[in-house]
Design a protein around this ligand. Structure first.
Ligand SMILES: Nc1nc2c(ncn2[C@@H]2O[C@H](COP(=O)(O)OP(=O)(O)OP(=O)(O)O)[C@@H](O)[C@H]2O)c(=O)[nH]1
Ligand SMILES: [Mg+2]
Length: 132
């Protein structure tokens, strides 16, 4: 499992940001063993252009990903539903015909943990079965 740095907000110069972004995109293009990637999105945020562009780029390059909404402990259940629905609707109103797989999580409350771990286990199994 690989943890990548964020591609968006960083307190660095424009030039360094470009360099980071190049590392990240090259990683996705060249990592042959990649099974799935998870794009972590703070559940409180509205869809951001940089995330939409990144997800579009992932789609165009055939790189599988799922969205992990984080920090769900910061919102009440109704607001969680509203944010997620709005986010997925936004994707569906763009280039996406189908909403990507998504998870609602909170690391402090361990919410979504089992679902995410089960998903990882399932896709790993599929990957190893396909190789043997
Ligand atoms: N309340 C709450 N805080 C969280 C949750 N997940 C992460 N945080 C907090 O958010 C901050 C950033 O978390 P990181 O996991 O370091 O975030 P990151 O995106 O990996 O950050 P970089 O690697 O620096 O880009 C930390 O202070 C965490 O404690 C969550 O589910 N709930
Ligand atoms: Mg990090």
């Amino acid at each position: 499992m690989v943890d990548l740095p964020g591609y968006g907000y960083a307190k660095v110069s424009k030039k360094d940001k470009k360099t980071f972004q190049k590392y990240i995109t090259n990683y996705f293009l060249e990592r042959e063993q990649l099974v799935c990637s998870f794009i972590l999105v703070d559940i409180r945020h509205k869809p951001q252009t940089i995330d939409m562009e990144f997800m579009q780029w992932m789609g165009e390059n055939g790189i599988p990903f799922a969205i992990v909404f984080t920090k769900a402990d910061k919102l009440k259940p109704m607001a969680i539903q509203r944010q997620v629905t709005e986010y997925l609707q936004h994707l569906l109103s763009g280039i996406w015909e189908e909403a990507p797989q998504h998870f609602i999580t909170s690391s402090s409350k361990k919410m979504g943990r089992d679902e995410l771990l089960t998903y990882i286990e399932t896709i790993n199994l599929g990957y190893f079965e396909a190789r043997t």
